[in-house]
Design a protein around this ligand. Structure first.
Ligand code: ADP
Length: 358
């Protein structure tokens, strides 16, 4: 049974309840490249089809869409899905960040501003404090919140009904979400890395939006070097465009794309300086591993969260490293990528070699 969360004490003032200017697309460099509707999105076909069915059914029944949770590494389209869905439904949406919702009162303006059928998107939902998470449960399930006003003998509970709305959560760390919160989402969708073909299509489409000419081979080269991530493909396209504008006649050729990316330290596998530093540290300082993520993070002076959320997923996916019960370990491909010789199989510790699945 879920506990009935209540908000103690400080009910928000009128000022705090003012609508926030946040029902716009998040301010980021990608604003002009971000798809506006789901039909403009490339890849993630299975997720797309399931969401399309849910959106269609909710429109036909004239009922709010069920709550949806997206998880996956950064830059794969969680925010894009979350902003396209309300546009496709023709409803309002608000955007909040889990890190900024420090107390239940921070959430109240969003809940009371939510119109019938509208979407509330909470990014980085794994960063919600437990009190806020518990306050959200009855809002998600029964569209109400319980607020305790005053203290001691004068305390009274105010039950506030909300308009039925849809919560869309996004997280890079689904493992950090509590089971009760996870279970309150009717749909849970995992976004995976994109194929080179999908990224090349994104690069070609975005080159048109950025008004730059690009050869197909160059688009594929940028795609190959984008770590399966549309946000990186966009960043790399912008950099190559700048390089070509400055150094050449403005058309992106394969050679120019390769030169521009090499100048940024992006290698043929798409790894950047930070990725290589991570692999090299495991090789040089920890003899290829196994080593804990914290030890590597401290050695290369990167927050451990950044390492786990942003650096490791693609390296694990590319099988350059594996996670074992005793920590991260370079694979044969990892050694080879760094031009090093993998250890003889006899030197390998069986226990450390067993991959860790969680
Ligand atoms: P996340 O929220 O997962 O970190 P975003 O949704 O912000 O990622 O995506 C980053 C950028 O990548 C977007 O602004 C958009 O330009 C691009 N992008 C993401 N997914 C797609 C897609 N499926 N098709 C085309 N572009 C995409």
């Amino acid at each position: 049974m879920a506990r009935e969360p209540v908000l103690q004490g400080d009910f928000p003032t009128d000022d705090e309840r003012q609508p926030r200017p946040n029902n716009e697309i998040p301010a980021d460099d990608d604003r002009d490249l971000r798809p506006q509707h789901m039909t403009d999105m490339v890849g993630q076909r299975e997720v797309y089809e399931r969401i399309e069915i849910a959106v269609d059914a909710s429109t036909k029944r004239a009922e709010p869409l069920g709550h949806i949770l997206f998880d996956g590494p950064p830059g794969l389209g969680k925010t894009t899905f979350a902003t396209c869905i309300p546009r496709d439904l023709g409803v309002d949406f608000q955007i909040a960040s889990g890190a900024a919702l420090a107390a239940p009162k921070d959430l109240i303006p969003y809940l009371t501003n939510a119109q019938e059928g509208s979407v509330l998107f909470i990014d980085e939902i794994h960063r919600l404090p437990k009190t806020v998470e518990e306050f959200l449960y009855p809002a998600m399930e029964d569209f109400r919140v319980d607020i305790v006003l005053g203290e001691g003998v004068n305390a009274r509970t105010l039950c506030m009904n909300l308009k039925p709305f849809t919560l869309i959560g996004a997280t890079t760390r689904t493992g950090l979400l509590s089971a009760p919160l996870r279970d309150r989402f009717q749909m849970r969708e995992h976004l995976d890395f994109y194929t080179v073909e999908e990224l090349a299509e994104i690069v070609l489409r975005n080159a048109v939006k950025l008004d730059v000419r690009i050869e197909d081979e160059a688009a594929f080269e940028i795609a190959r070097r984008s770590r399966g991530t549309p946000r990186l493909a966009n960043n790399r396209l912008r950099w190559v465009r700048d390089y070509v504008t400055s150094k050449a006649d403005g058309c992106i050729s394969l050679t120019l794309a390769g030169d521009a990316l090499a100048m940024q330290g992006i290698d043929v596998a798409g790894l950047d300086n930070q990725d290589r530093k991570y692999l090299e540290t495991i090789l040089r300082v920890f003899q290829g591993g196994p080593v804990g993520a914290e030890a590597v993070a401290h050695t290369i002076n990167v927050p451990v969260d950044t390492l786990i959320d942003e650096v490791e997923p693609f390296l694990l996916r590319s099988e350059l490293v594996v996670r074992t019960p005793r920590g991260r370990k370079l694979t044969e491909a990892g050694f080879e990528h760094l031009g090093a010789v993998p250890p003889e199989p006899a030197d390998v510790d069986d226990e450390a070699e067993r991959p860790l699945f969680d």
